[in-house]
Write a protein that binds this ligand. Structure first.
Ligand code: ADP
Ligand code: MG
Length: 339
């Protein structure tokens, strides 16, 4: 597929397309995204949020960032303003972060046409009646998704050498069993994006698995399918982000089943599920700054902190600069200001 022609920036296509996100008539099957007149902006919450309980609703889990509530056949995903660095949740919330993460995922889910996904709505006005009393806590930072049975693998796609991939390459000359040409540098683009699945590990770090293990866990046809979809969605997302000045070095997708139906779930191409690098300062051989957490990491490195909980408080200027970075990622990707 020629991605140059299949990905355009939303500004260009917003004028053309109409209808809901399932209206394929205007875009044809070849296009990875439908740049429909989707509501890119939802009202922003005023206050920061670090955790949430909703009276009368069952909270299924509280992750590093999100709170998940059970609505029966659907789930309510609420993105808080928590920030984790070095896998420790820090005590200070980052203003707007939750809403931005939520709305970046919504942006992709409303447009990606390569696979059906779990997204129902991020428009608070369309949330179920039982949630309407909670507008102050939910509007802007939450979405309703279809409840699935998540596959037990994390579908990691890497387009550049970074993190554990770089360490693996230095040790073995490849990444997760994928052979690679010699002479690549830190942050080099790979000849082709590679699929490097891992297990979902509740406690601690995910473990990389090889292709045979992936097939053993979810069956070969399923493995083939999620590999193909992950690579396609990554390529399409990378292409769009590149046009917006963001390098998507790698990312993680999850898939889930509703009966036989395979859906893209969880979050999608966010700064939390991906490595975003600013394209303008990207240089192979140099460690690229993380798009969002660089100020926090830089600050934490100046402290005498052993990277175990509890995390330290952050100075106001680090909080503000980090919040600004999230807003910038949103603005670049969607070409909208966060409202
Ligand atoms: N549509 C869905 N149906 C069922 N489970 C889902 C769906 N989307 C995501 N999940 C699961 O919800 C959980 C989200 O929690 P987690 O990722 O720990 O939160 P956080 O991202 O805040 O750390 C993951 O285990 C993910 O597999
Ligand atoms: Mg997660």
């Amino acid at each position: 597929m020629d991605m140059q022609h299949s990905v355009e920036k939303p500004r260009n296509l917003n004028l053309l397309a109409r209808g809901g996100s399932n209206d394929r008539s205007l875009i044809g099957d070849k296009h990875p995204f439908a740049f429909i007149l989707a509501p890119n902006r939802y009202a922003m919450p005023n206050d920061t949020l670090v955790s949430l309980d909703l009276p009368g609703l069952i909270k299924l889990r509280s992750g590093k960032v999100r709170e998940v509530f059970d609505l029966g056949e659907t789930l309510l995903f609420v993105a808080t303003d928590r920030l984790s660095a070095f896998d420790v949740i820090l005590p200070d919330p980052i203003p707007d972060k939750g809403a931005i993460l939520n709305q970046i995922s919504a942006f992709w889910f409303e447009r990606i046409q390569l696979a059906p996904n779990h997204f129902v709505t991020a428009d608070f006005a369309r949330f179920p009646t039982e949630l309407q009393p909670f507008q102050a806590q939910l509007a802007g930072r939450s979405m309703i998704v279809r409840k699935t049975k998540p596959l037990p693998v994390e579908c990691v796609v890497r387009g550049y050498l970074a993190g554990s991939g770089w360490k693996d390459y230095q040790a073995t000359g490849g990444v997760c069993g994928h052979e690679l040409p010699s002479g690549l540098q830190l942050a080099s683009e790979l000849p082709e994006p590679i699929f490097t699945p891992s297990t979902k590990n509740e406690a601690g770090h995910d473990l990389n698995i090889d292709w045979a293990q992936c097939c053993a866990m979810i069956g070969e046809p399923g493995a083939e399918k999620v590999r193909a979809l992950s690579l396609q969605i990554y390529r399409a997302g990378k292409e769009h982000a590149a046009a917006c000045g963001i390098v998507v070095a790698d990312t993680k997708f999850e898939f889930g089943l509703v009966g036989e139906e395979l859906l893209l779930i969880d979050e999608c191409l966010t700064p939390d599920s991906s490595r975003f690098w600013p394209a303008d300062s990207y240089r192979p051989g140099q460690s690229p700054p993380s798009f969002d957490k660089q100020f926090v990491r830089d600050y934490l490195e100046t402290l005498d902190w052993n990277k175990t909980p509890p995390g330290p408080r952050l100075p106001a200027d680090v909080i503000e600069k980090t919040s600004a970075k999230y807003r910038e990622a949103f603005r670049r990707l969607t070409e909208h200001e966060i409202a």
